[in-house]
Design a protein around this ligand. Structure first.
Ligand SMILES: Cc1ncc(COP(=O)(O)O)c(C=O)c1O
Length: 392
């Protein structure tokens, strides 16, 4: 499946055949009422959906602009939106008779969700994770191991998410009998479409919930973008509502101007990464550059192909938030609402803090709170001088 010029299947022929098998099964499963019934059953009874749409009154009053609603994906089982997609793809793998699942992970949330569904469906699980992220997100690594997953530390390159995906693909090429459960709306077709399909429940619920609570649609939507799964999940059902402003927020790291960032859109360069054509951080010789963000889940040099299409067509505005802005938003939301957000989600909150005052008090905006911050406490505390830790 292509999105304008973006997407596609830039992979070796033998992998194309495997991907086409997955696509065929996916297209039949999504039309199969029994499959969808089982998927919805696990979303509700296992993951805890629907997730609430919470009116953040304190944050709204503090900022003095539009009413801010938070879509609480942090309250899902395993603490993030990743479980929606992991359940869907694991059910598909089961339907295909697969018994071994592999996955990449950055922040560990997708690895944790995958290890969890593998326990649930009694499947073997191998997770590839960069050595840097293994250290940074150690709680999630411990949880994955407790769940019975093998966590393979990837020591190549920057030792973060990009290399974890590289090695997962290499493994998949050698072991094509396993099922590669990709965690974001990236990779060769049919993954971006499949991940969106299993994440679009976020936006479907949010639309119904905002209509119930406000009797009108929001003026704006905001979500952070690593590969782009929580964002595409929220945006999908609102894309045709042309009056709604939609914002995708990448990691600006230490600043896009100093070059240490994770904004694939920033340099406006189109290339190939992980089997898809999209915007990618690459130098003038076409070499992929190292991405950097304080948040492991945003630390990725590409962006999902549908986001590339939305950027090119102007339907979604992509911007970025620095580590410092995200940390400040993390602390503000924690103190003012009693909700500790994931560092990834803190980027979306920070962007909301910037733009909410520009909207009218009668307007409302929805921010996707993609995950909870338990995994990030060490990172946040190490970035916070001890004096301000107690008073932050
Ligand atoms: C809580 C959370 N939010 C967002 C992301 C970014 O991924 P995506 O852009 O696929 O939603 C991650 C990735 O690990 C995550 O853990």
């Amino acid at each position: 499946m292509n999105y304008g010029e973006f997407g596609g299947q830039y992979v070796p022929q033998e992998l194309k055949e495997k991907l086409n098998e997955v696509e065929k099964e996916f297209l039949s499963a999504k039309e199969d009422e029994e499959f969808m019934k089982e998927y919805r059953y696990y979303l509700k009874q296992y993951a805890g959906r629907p997730s609430p749409l919470y009116y953040a009154e304190n944050l709204t009053n503090h900022l003095g602009g539009a009413k801010i609603y938070l879509k609480r994906e942090d309250l899902n089982h395993t603490g993030a939106h990743k479980i929606n997609n992991a359940l869907g793809q694991a059910l598909l793998a089961k339907r295909m008779g697969k018994t071994h699942i592999i996955a990449e992970t950055g922040a560990g949330q997708h690895g944790l969700a995958t290890a969890t569904v593998c326990s649930l469906f009694n499947m073997k699980c191998t997770i590839f994770m960069g050595e840097v992220d293994v250290k940074k997100q150690n709680t999630n690594v411990q949880k994955m191991r407790l769940l019975g997953a093998e966590v393979v530390e990837v020591k190549e390159g920057e030792r973060t998410l990009k290399e974890a995906v590289d090695v997962a693909f290499e493994y998949f090429l050698k072991h094509m009998d396993c099922f590669y459960l990709i965690g974001s709306s990236v990779g060769p077709s049919p993954y971006p479409e499949m991940v969106k399909f299993f994440q679009k429940v976020i936006g479907e619920e949010a639309k119904q919930q905002i209509l119930e609570q406000e009797n009108k649609l929001p003026k704006a939507l905001i979500a952070c973008v690593g590969g782009g799964s929580n964002s595409i999940g929220l945006f999908n059902d609102f894309i045709e509502d042309k009056d709604i402003d939609i914002y995708g927020v990448e990691g600006a790291g230490k600043g896009t101007d100093v070059g240490k960032h994770a904004s694939a859109i920033y340099n406006n360069k189109i290339g190939i990464i992980h089997g898809m054509k999209t915007y990618v951080m690459e130098d003038e010789n076409g070499k992929i550059q190292d991405a950097y963000s304080i948040s492991s889940g945003l630390d990725y040099p590409g962006i999902g192909p549908e986001h590339a299409y939305f950027h090119k067509t102007g339907r979604v505005k992509y911007d970025s938030i620095t580590d410092k802005e995200a940390l400040d938003a993390f602390k503000l939301l924690t103190r003012i609402e009693g909700i500790i957000p994931a560092l990834e989600s803190s980027h979306a909150i920070a962007y909301g803090i910037k733009i909410a005052p520009k909207y009218n008090k009668n307007d409302c905006i929805i921010i996707n709170l993609s995950g909870r911050g338990d995994k990030d406490l060490e990172t946040v505390l190490s970035e916070t001088p001890s004096k301000s830790t107690t008073n932050a």
